[in-house]
Write a new protein. Structure first.
Length: 345
């Protein structure tokens, strides 16, 4: 578990992990970043109270660096990645180990079941769980059990991680997708089991959500620079939307100034059609619950859905284009920093 500034989350997260019963020896390795909110002292207190908890340092605070430090310090043949803002469902670890054994897979993951406590978070969570929101990755729900492109968090065979070289520490977001790509290229199986469920608590404000998605998009653009068409086509939809919108703005300006007129203007107006369709889609999702298993509840959540859906797409798309054109560089998702995190259930 990578940990940074989690004073309000860490104890709850640790308890939920240690409550998992797999019928075998276990340990929880915390990779501690340079927290400024007392998290490190809390982690030390928890470790002093339970011999299963071990601490390693992650001075640069980057997730893949912390994950690798924790993996190298671990002692057992199966690695279960956990997150301080996620809650494992009862029996998660035992079921995952059984699925590893049953399928022979190198990595097993389940459903990232987003949830929210406020109208805003609930709107974000429903879009996380919808193919309209995040593009239909298997771990966002709705897919049958089977071979997968990647795995949310992941329950992995240590020997395979050692074989492929652990996480790439030069990647700040999307490190799990890149690792699973190398696992699959090495001839191993990545498996999705919908019976595995992890509750995920999204960002709690519009600004934090936009920052998160811009950073994630930038690193997806970086991965496209590195791996090209190994990336799924669904990753290209948000940047296409951004490009179409920019072209529509240019056409509109040319039409308003008279620089574009007549037949040429009529033909150019076709650029508006996909954007009109997108607006209708946003309205159908926000007001009618299209593509969402449980539609928005109440006026506030419906209005937030109308704002959140384009925020996800445009922030991600803008980040993606920047990442493709100039690389992600040192882009970091700092949206979890600060004191305004998601309240615990």
């Amino acid at each position: 578990m990578p940990v940074l500034n989690e004073i309000d989350y860490l104890e709850h997260a640790v308890q939920s992990v240690l409550a998992q019963d797999v019928g075998a020896p276990t340990e929880l390795v915390l990779a501690l970043g340079p927290s400024s909110d007392g998290t490190t002292a809390l982690a030390q207190r928890l470790a002093d109270g339970d011999a299963r908890i071990r601490l390693v340092q992650n001075p640069h605070a980057h997730i893949p660096v912390g994950l690798n430090a924790a993996i190298r310090a671990s002692r057992y043949p199966t690695i279960i990645r956990v997150d301080a803002h996620s809650e494992l469902s009862p029996g998660y670890a035992r079921r995952a180990l059984e699925t590893l054994q049953r399928t022979g897979a190198a990595n097993v993951g389940g459903v990232m079941r987003a949830d929210g406590r406020t109208p805003f978070q609930s709107a974000v969570a429903r879009l996380y769980n919808s193919p309209v929101g995040l593009g239909g990755g298997a771990y966002h729900g709705g897919a049958p059990e089977g071979e997968a492109e990647s795995a949310y968090l992941g329950v992995m065979r240590r020997e395979v991680l050692d074989e492929v070289g652990l996480f790439d520490e030069s990647i700040r977001r999307g490190e799990d997708w890149e690792l699973n790509l190398r696992i699959r290229q090495a001839g191993h199986l990545v498996w999705f089991d919908p019976a595995l469920s992890v509750t995920y608590w999204p960002r709690e404000s519009w600004w934090r959500l936009a920052r998160q998605f811009r950073a994630t998009g930038a690193w997806r653009g970086e991965l496209v620079r590195r791996y090209g068409r190994s990336n799924s086509l669904r990753f290209f939809a948000p940047p296409a939307l951004v490009v179409l919108t920019a072209l529509a703005v240019i056409v509109g300006i040319l039409q308003l100034t008279g620089a574009l007129h007549g037949i040429a203007s009529l033909i150019a107006s076709a650029i508006y059609l996909p954007l009109v369709a997108y607006v209708l889609l946003v309205l159908a999702v926000g007001l009618g619950g299209l593509g969402i298993a449980r539609g928005p509840r109440g006026l506030h959540e419906r209005l937030w859905t109308l704002a959140v859906l384009p925020t996800m797409h445009f922030a991600w798309g803008l980040g993606f284009l920047a990442g493709v054109l100039r690389g992600a560089g040192d882009t970091v998702d700092a949206s979890r920093l600060g004191s305004q995190n998601t309240p615990l259930p």
